[in-house]
Design a protein. Sequence first.
Length: 64
Amino acid sequence: MQVNGQPHPFTPGLTLHALLRELDIAPERVAIAVGDDFYPGGQAPDRELAEGDVVEIVRAIGGG
């Protein structure tokens, strides 16, 4: 499994929401891609992840 370009340990039964909790990331503050599936903001389903999944998590940053 890969998260943001880095290898990440995979445990069977790991879900997307559990991964976000493990990384201390609030789902409403990010956009998430799992393979070819893209989820904006807090709309990411709590789907089960697979060992070969590639997950990209992008944080929204405001500025001016």
